[in-house]
Design a protein around this ligand. Sequence first.
Ligand code: NOJ
Length: 514
Amino acid sequence: MPETWWRGAVIYQVYPRSFADGNGDGVGDLAGLRDRLPYLAGLGVDALWLNPWYPSPMADGGYDVADYRDVAPVFGTLAEAEALIAEAHAAGLRIILDVVPNHSSHESAWFRAAVAAGPGSPERDRFWFRRGRDGGPPNDWQSIFGGPAWTRLPDGDWYLHLFAPEQPDFNWNSPDVVHEFHDVLRFWYDRGVDGIRIDSAALLVKDPDAAPDGRDPYTDRDGVHEIYRGWRKVTDAYPGRMLVGEVWLPDQERFARYLRPDEMHTAFNFDFLNCALEPDALRKVIDTTLATHVPLGAPPTWVLSNHDVVRPVTRYGRADTSFDLQDRRHGAPTDRALGVRRARAAALLAMALPGAVYLYQGEELGLPEVEDLPDDLRQDPIWTRSGHTDPGRDGCRVPLPWSGDEPPFGFGGDPWLPQPPDWKDLTVEAQDADPGSMLSLYRDALALRREHLGDGTLTWLPSADGVLAFARDSGLTCVLNLGDAPVPLTGEVLLASGPLPDGQLPPDTAAWLR
Ligand code: NOJ
């Protein structure tokens, strides 16, 4: 594989806690993942992005990291992680690891030391400790998960956490923090990891004391780029490794700064993820994406979902098909059959576009969002921090169904979140041999993509109202009908997301042609 393998790769996101459980404790783990590597290789993906596997109190599903150089016992051991990396490589799969630089865990050695050392200590300088103001917090910042972004210690100091109180924010002005993360990157690159996904990448630099300057006080501050220039230098010493940033920024000009040649290689395309399944809106996002990336020589990424967002099958069956991180529209009426049809079409669109594709576990099975989880089992801190008004993200994190007619559907032990009984029709086993299943569509599409698609450019083709049609460098064309009436097709159909009565492309259907 070339050193720039990531430019046109299909990257499968593994949420380890919910992928497969090898030891029967109801929580997915590395043993379960190692057993299922043949499934992933057979699916036809190029790389795996694993959500955090580090020791963690799990206050935020592992995004509260207590030790960046080890593996949580619930997932396995460092030796198992090394074995997994080697086995994945042998199966032709690269590994991308999640690194969380904005915040730590309140149980990390550094934060414990900071708490113990007391106000004014150098240990506290690695985080954001401040005295309060008028008996309250140092400023009025709110946590992204709800509630105040500051928590007070008994000694009177407050510390900053843009997420949960169990996730104290690092102070990136501290040289210790800068050196620590360079070392963490090297630690994992030395163990064969092929890439790093950078969590909350735009939030690292903040100034709680600064006078308001009209810009967001902690999102996308100019100083953040210096950090990624340092990370790029570390990464460039390891050929074939890459950085992909979680950069949620609506402003494309600001977003593009993260993709300059001496910063990240790629970043997630959240404008595409958020976009409604509407022809004009989609075309605009695709054009803007290409206009942002092409001049920088950075490949776009195409992302329809991840562990933070509503599953496409549910979302696309709603009247409003857009996604909004601030309003998940939990419980909005959804038409499952329509959602499935559209999710199939959207998958063919995403996989035909030039660049890399991210695919969240379970999308290839067409899993819906589970919206009726019992409240007392919900784990997402958003649920408690929103005062039980926002159910949060557990509904897209329910353990995968592999086989059999009843829960746990071959997942392993009693799953940490319950699976709906009607997932018996959505198991890998149930879909495996059915040529009309979502799983077969993904396999077929990924095989064709490997041959004809990937990195490169696209050319828009003339099309009827409500229809998107474009050709790729290989000559393969993709047509997506989001209008109200069937449209005629010209060429040989290689793959379609649904039936084509009379050879025409019905609404909410996509086809690949040659
Ligand atoms: C983004 C991650 O995707 C999300 O799951 C997490 O809660 C926040 N960052 C905080 O780390």
